[in-house]
Write a protein that binds this ligand. Sequence first.
Ligand SMILES: [Zn+2]
Length: 152
Amino acid sequence: MEGSRSCRFVVDAMLKNIVSWLRILGYDTIYWGGGDKEVLSIAEAEGRIILTMDRSLAAIATRRGLRVLLFQENDIPEILARIARELDLSLSFDPIYTRCPVCNHPLKLEHKSGREEWMCPRCSKKYWRGSHWRNISRTLEEARKKASSSST
Ligand SMILES: [Zn+2]
């Protein structure tokens, strides 16, 4: 798996909690809480892959020739692992590609007094590897293990 971040996603309401993970990993991801019709037209217009727990939405998307991944359970490491396997995506954090978990804009990496900091040019939020970082990397590690152990 190389570091390509070209896949883009649209995520439906039931999987809202996966959105910030995909953004942290550097994937252009939008969340859509509205109707199925809008999800389908966004996916079509912007070439986004649909992530959903809605069986009927997935069926319609497939009929329309759109790319869709249907999930049964809302389990973060499991979902990330499946995305990585099926789309051959990297689950490694990359300080260059990472995006704002709040607004999806690519973050700007800065080196401030010996530590890495990320600034969002759109919403002005700042990020660094704080105490929560350990949980983030643990979850990503778990997802990477799942992705490699269940591949054929
Ligand atoms: Zn932002």
